[in-house]
Design a protein around this ligand. Structure first.
Ligand code: SF4
Length: 374
């Protein structure tokens, strides 16, 4: 008799427990080994079933529980009939709705959720590495004026399985193990920080990624950075991921123009919270600065930015603007980008320029989803 037909202990001992009736009935993706072992035991199964599930979810990338052929068939069938809240199957994987591949290999996926929403995720290959740009929310409430996602508002935050699924989906489609993950897709991660920290834990503990290869990017939410630092230490044991703060302007007035929600968070308070984050975690903060042609890319802006960051152990990442359809803003000229970079470097600010990837594949945040769901 194959293992498919082996009756579970619960079957032999009495009725199978209703899986969806367990207090925290939620998809399995995102759970670690001991949680899966516990869950299997709650279902009346042997503890080792949890290890089998772990192997199939993370190493083999199973999409549905029925694929996990090592599990007793009767148990799988019982589970299939009673999916948990928030998913159509216990595994918790999404459906691929659309794929867009750029000439440089950058691959953008539009993934469908159980409740009919769509999530963007991007795989960015580069020599010796594969970076996945993941979303933490469906849409975003921060309304940054240069961002396609911000134009549609927030629909909801993503659960941990929906975040981990994005990394697995890119791995599956690109046939390569992701080396880096950046939370720079749709959404403001600090408005969904518990699920984001759970996802980071899963990526490191269950998919074997290094925490240092993960970047969390935020535009800033008042009074959340010190809490994030403390919660990361509690939840992950250490906070070694990179925090990237989207500054985008060297002063409050210009910043509010670009990020309307910044009116509630003065730039000095944001920097003070960054200092507290550094003090708690011992990690340097990165600052992201999107260069918008003629608007914030002038030499005087570079001087003001260097002044603002004086004495701050940081790194500035310049991002030449990637135009969205409305063309409200301009891409900066290569000369302006170089002059801005030099302006910072000459003032002893560590700086790099992010190379544009996948421009032909709607690669800017939110572009693909807007085009396909508009
Ligand atoms: S740039 Fe980021 S924080 Fe701003 S609206 Fe877009 S997704 Fe949200």
């Amino acid at each position: 008799m194959g293992s498919d037909a082996t009756p579970s202990k619960a079957n032999a001992a009495g009725p199978v427990p209703d899986p969806a009736a367990t207090p925290e009935a939620r998809p399995l993706l995102g759970m670690g080994l001991s949680a899966l072992e516990q869950w299997a035991q709650q279902q009346g199964q042997a503890k080792f079933r949890g290890r089998q599930l772990h192997d199939w979810l993370y190493a083999k990338g199973a999409r549905r529980l029925e694929e996990v052929s090592v599990l007793p068939k009767a148990w799988r069938e019982g589970l299939a009939a009673t999916p948990p809240a928030g998913a159509s199957d216990w595994v918790g994987r999404s459906r691929e709705l659309h794929r867009s591949v750029a000439r440089d290999g950058t691959t953008k996926l539009l993934l469908g959720t159980h409740d009919g929403l769509s999530i963007e995720t991007v795989g960015i290959p580069a020599e010796g590495r594969l970076t996945v740009c993941v979303s933490s929310q469906v849409g975003c409430p921060m309304a940054c004026r240069f961002c396609a996602t911000g134009k549609g508002g927030l629909q909801r935050s993503l659960a941990v399985h929906e975040i981990v699924d994005q990394v697995l989906s890119v791995r599956e489609v690109m046939g390569e193990r992701p080396s880096h993950v950046v939370f720079m897709g749709m959404g403001e991660p600090l408005l969904n920080s518990e699920a984001v920290l759970d996802a980071i834990d899963c990526l490191c503990s269950d998919l074997g990624m290094a925490q240092r290869q993960i970047t969390l990017s935020t535009v800033g939410v008042p009074r959340t950075l010190p809490t994030l630092a403390e919660r990361a230490l509690e939840r992950l044991g250490r906070a070694q991921f990179t925090l990237a703060v989207s500054l985008h302007a060297p002063d409050q007035r210009l910043r509010e123009e670009l990020i309307p929600t910044a009116h509630a968070y003065p730039i000095e308070a944001l920097l003070e919270d960054c200092r507290r984050y550094v003090a708690i975690t011992g990690r340097r903060v990165s600052f992201e600065y999107i260069l918008l042609g003629g608007l914030n890319d002038q030499p005087r802006h570079a001087t003001a930015l260097a002044q603002l960051l004086r004495g701050f152990q940081s790194h500035v990442n310049l991002i030449p603007y990637n135009p969205i359809e409305e063309e409200e803003f301009q891409r900066p000229s290569p000369a302006a980008v170089e002059s801005f970079r030099r302006g910072l470097q000459e003032r002893h600010v560590a700086v790099s320029v992010r190379a544009s990837r996948g421009l032909d594949a709607d690669a800017a945040c939110g572009q693909l989803r807007r085009r396909l769901t508009a």
